[in-house]
Design a protein around this ligand. Structure first.
Ligand SMILES: *[C@@H]1O[C@H](CO)[C@@H](O)[C@H](O)[C@H]1NC(C)=O
Ligand SMILES: *[C@@H]1O[C@H](CO)[C@@H](O)[C@H](O)[C@H]1NC(C)=O
Length: 202
């Protein structure tokens, strides 16, 4: 009896906490975080919830993900409501989905215009943002140390499985050579203005 109550409490607490941290689809495929974390913490948060960061292997998955975001009004409205995906640039320079071990863009090209740009050669992680000019969602490579919302999915039951790197520490690389800061705005050569004092938006 006592055990049953404890178990019930654990289950109730887990579902309550789970709900408050994620927006969940009825079919429980995609989960959008409400908090922002750096890429490695986001990867761990998905995994702690029994999920994995989202990978987009083909146009069908791209459509499913975009439908989810649209249906729940989670489409990134601006450059500050962007999501981490599972993509990273491996140390050898190749862009992979960390969870499947497959090269990014093999079957579907979801890059935002002008991306990936690998600014300062330190944009190792892939995010999903609004490609403002094109008025559609697109992938962008960005600094892994930055905090973003993140998208998790139910772990794939079949298909490719990622080759976890042994050492992800290179993802914490910082930019030593920050561009000029004026009035708290970082002005970078591309003409973007970032109102935060952290890294520029590229
Ligand atoms: C790059 O590194 C990944 C991960 O170790 C590996 O699977 C892949 O084969 C490498 N690609 C090239 C072109 O060396
Ligand atoms: C993310 O933050 C954690 C601490 O919360 C830190 O250990 C980790 O190195 C950071 N990762 C990146 C990519 O900055």
């Amino acid at each position: 009896m006592f055990l049953k109550i404890v178990l019930l409490l654990i289950v109730a607490c887990f579902s309550a906490c789970f709900k408050c941290e994620f927006t969940v689809t009825p079919d429980k495929t995609y989960f959008a975080s409400k908090e922002t974390l750096n890429w490695t913490d986001a990867k761990n948060a998905c995994s702690k919830a029994g999920l994995e960061l989202v990978s987009v292997l083909n146009t069908k998955e791209q459509t499913l993900l975009e439908t989810f975001l649209t249906e729940y009004q989670l489409v990134p409205a601006d450059r500050w409501s962007i999501y981490w995906l599972s993509g990273i640039r491996y140390p050898n320079g190749t862009l992979y989905w960390d969870t499947t071990g497959t090269e990014i863009g093999e079957e579907v090209d979801g890059w935002a215009r002008g991306e990936p740009s690998n600014a300062y050669e330190k944009e190792h992680c892939i995010e999903l943002k609004l490609d403002e000019g094109a008025n559609r969602l697109g992938w962008n490579d960005y600094f892994c140390i930055e905090e973003r919302k993140y998208l998790c999915q139910t772990p794939r039951k079949e298909g490719p499985v990622g080759q976890d790197l042994n050492d992800y520490s290179y993802l914490t690389e910082k930019i030593e050579d920050l561009p000029e800061v004026m009035d708290g705005h970082i002005i970078i050569p591309f003409g973007f203005v970032n109102t935060r004092k952290q890294t520029p938006f590229v």
